[in-house]
Write a protein that binds this ligand. Structure first.
Ligand code: HEC
Length: 150
């Protein structure tokens, strides 16, 4: 026993003493899950703020809209903006349409494509009124073109 402790102290390097006590691994065990949780919460927060996960970037800027998309934007402002946010997430009277066609699914769970969105726009859905009487085919196409920029 005396020999072992002699060897041990012989290997000790000079300088500040490092205390490898039993509490160090315990501290790590507590700290690491706390860190992971923090990261998880931040990631969830970012996902919530952007509304659609980290992969969905911003909508096309208004200044870059084509004439057709601008026409659709005007129709959106007139007919849709009162119930749907376009540039950020969150429900108004209806679900946000931010990134509506860049996501895989419409809020209802239907695939996000024109084929599924057109009947909703023309005939309405639950609390949403239909706009079939107010939009001619060109206006519908313009509106869809704009919705694709969101
Ligand atoms: C009076 C409010 C109101 C107006 C105006 C309105 N919506 Fe909606 N919209 C809703 C509501 C409420 C829903 C959710 C319907 C549901 O699934 O119960 C909805 C759902 C939608 C959906 C998702 C459909 C799905 O399958 O999830 C789209 C796309 C949509 N609206 C587009 C539009 C467009 C484009 C306009 C303008 C032409 C418009 N809405 C005008 C209230 C409105």
């Amino acid at each position: 026993m005396a020999a072992q402790s002699f060897v041990y102290s012989g290997e000790r390097k000079p300088g500040p003493r490092r205390h490898h006590t039993g509490s160090a691994p315990l501290r790590d065990m507590i700290r690491r899950p706390a860190l992971s949780l923090l990261l998880l919460v931040s990631a969830a927060g970012i996902a919530l703020l952007s509304g659609c996960g980290p992969s969905l970037g911003p909508s096309k800027p208004a200044s870059q809209l084509t004439p057709q998309e601008q026409s659709g934007h005007a129709i959106y402002e007139r007919d849709c903006a009162g119930c749907h946010y376009a540039n950020h997430t969150g429900d108004l009277h209806g679900p946000s349409l931010f990134g509506v066609f860049r996501k895989k699914y419409l809020p209802s769970g239907a695939p996000a494509n024109d084929q599924r969105a057109i009947p909703v726009i023309l005939r309405g859905r639950n609390m949403m009124p239909g706009f079939g009487n107010q939009l001619d085919d060109q206006q519908l196409q313009d509106l869809l073109a704009y919705l694709h920029t969101l």
